[in-house]
Design a protein around this ligand. Structure first.
Ligand code: PLP
Length: 465
């Protein structure tokens, strides 16, 4: 009989699982990126009812191979050029496992002080590492917190902005307006709807897909004239479609002029700021109220690990703090500790900082910079090849690790090329559309992608043209 609480068995099973993960990661290259699965295929392999009696761990390991892996899209595959990277790495996996092993809740400082203090400290390190304003540190007026996703961070910013606007103007949320680029991630519109904003304005963009400050000002003027109340402005540093960068300083100056909350969505590109040569893209951060970037995209840390910084934590805590009697404690009442439950919607929170701490220490800053720079160099080489190719055309400038291109023969040829690339494998690219123009996104940033994999993609495309 298998005792699920037997620690010797746990030790043995754990070693086997680590071996299994290493084999999985090491063997990805020989698998397709996207396993062929039809709806219901996975469930058809599962028993109709839960097991009445204990099963051995070997049965679960077997089903990882037989049921789980054949039902996956392999985001850690070196041929992963789809969407954006969702990086993971051995140190992150071990940090995640350690967090599960500890099984603590970090909702209050007092419910596990190390969870809060390591999180605050690691995010303060990242302030220095990414060159964002010093006042965003928890040792200053601002501070950072790890959220589940950039969507949560942005939603939180929208809620705080709504309350600040209500205090300032007395306007109801239905009258409030949030402004963002037409190229911004859908999480902005969703967050605005969930937070009760009456309007989310999508601003038009220039030929590089960056939102125009004139459009922002014109939209604000028109809304004020119509009796509405502007409340929130978002600039994207790296849009999801093409990694376009909105003019942070120009947007920030307009937001300041009208006393609006100013948020930056750098979900993907924030990681690049570890390398100084990219920081000019976010010049103007002293005008920013909140900022989000996903360590779980391009910083070798597995999901979930979205970083959210505020320049001033007071409005955030005022908006989200509700204190029932069972959560009262001396440390919180002393005002000398951070209680992260007041920094987001959930109460319970796990030890997500552990994996980020392990990653920063295992790679070192130089290791992470080298990783990002290697992806960018591969992207630049690929861009040069596209530009020189008579049948391909760049669709948007390559700013970070994403290349967007089309077939010169137009939409149908571009769509067919994307389909043929993905059918040939073992690579995966994302077909996309902006303003009825189809293009192919090649995102270089998987942990295991090397030059030879990008060369392989290039050779494949060449053979299909
Ligand atoms: C990926 C992405 C998001 C959403 O991130 P989640 O963490 O999945 O919510 C938001 N904005 C941008 C620019 C993104 O690239």
């Amino acid at each position: 009989m298998t005792d699920p609480l037997d620690l010797d068995a746990f030790r043995e099973n754990g070693h086997q699982l680590i071996d299994w993960i290493a084999d999985y990661l090491g063997g990805l290259e020989s698998r397709p990126v996207v396993e062929p699965v039809s709806p219901g295929d996975v469930r058809a392999k599962l028993p109709a009812t839960a097991p009445q009696t204990a099963e051995p761990f070997s049965a679960m390991l077997r089903d990882l191979d037989e049921i789980v892996v054949p039902g996956l899209t392999h985001w850690q595959h070196p041929g992963w050029f789809g969407y954006f990277p969702a990086m993971s790495s051995p140190p992150a996996i071990l940090g995640e496992l350690a967090a599960a092993g500890l099984g603590v809740q970090g909702m209050l400082w007092s419910t596990s002080p190390a969870v809060t203090e390591i999180e605050s400290h690691v995010l303060d390190w990242l302030v220095d590492l990414t060159g964002v304003p010093q006042k965003w540190k928890t040792t200053g007026p601002g501070g950072g917190v790890i959220q589940m996703s950039a969507s949560d961070s942005t939603h939180t910013a929208l809620v705080v902005a709504r309350e600040e606007c209500r205090k300032r103007t007395g306007a109801p949320a239905e009258q409030m307006v949030a402004y963002t680029s037409s190229q911004t991630h859908s999480s902005l519109e969703k967050g605005g709807n969930v937070a009760g904003y009456g309007h989310v304005r999508l601003l038009d963009v220039d030929e590089r897909f960056s939102a125009r400050p004139e459009s922002l000002r014109a939209a604000i003027d028109a809304d004020i004239a119509a009796g509405l109340t502007p409340a929130f402005v978002c600039a994207a540093v790296g849009t999801t479609g093409t990694t376009a960068v909105d003019p942070v300083r120009a947007f920030g100056e307009i937001a300041a002029e009208f006393d609006l909350w100013f948020h930056i969505d750098a979900a993907y590109a924030g990681a690049a700021m570890l390398c100084e040569e990219f920081r000019h893209h976010q010049d103007g951060l002293e005008l920013v109220d909140s900022y989000t970037f996903n360590a779980h995209k391009w910083l070798a840390t597995n999901f979930d690990c979205s970083i959210f910084w505020v320049a001033d934590r007071t409005p955030l805590i005022q908006t989200l703090s509700i204190l029932p009697p069972y959560l009262r404690n001396a440390a919180s009442e002393s005002g000398s500790v951070i209680d992260y439950r007041d920094w987001h919607v959930p109460l319970g929170r796990r030890f997500r900082a552990l994996k980020l701490w392990f990653v920063l220490r295992s790679f070192g800053v130089e290791g992470l910079q080298a990783l990002i720079r290697s992806h960018v160099a591969m992207a630049n080489d690929f861009t040069t090849w596209v530009e020189a190719h008579p049948k391909l055309e760049l669709f948007a400038p390559t700013v970070f690790g994403l290349i967007c291109f089309t077939h010169v023969d137009g939409n149908d040829a571009t769509g067919a090329l994307a389909d043929r690339i993905n059918a040939a494998g073992p690579v995966y690219v994302t077909p996309s559309v902006i303003d009825d123009k189809r293009f192919i996104r090649v995102s270089i940033g998987s942990t295991w992608t090397e030059t030879r994999h990008v060369d392989g993609l290039r050779d494949l495309i060449q053979s299909l043209l």
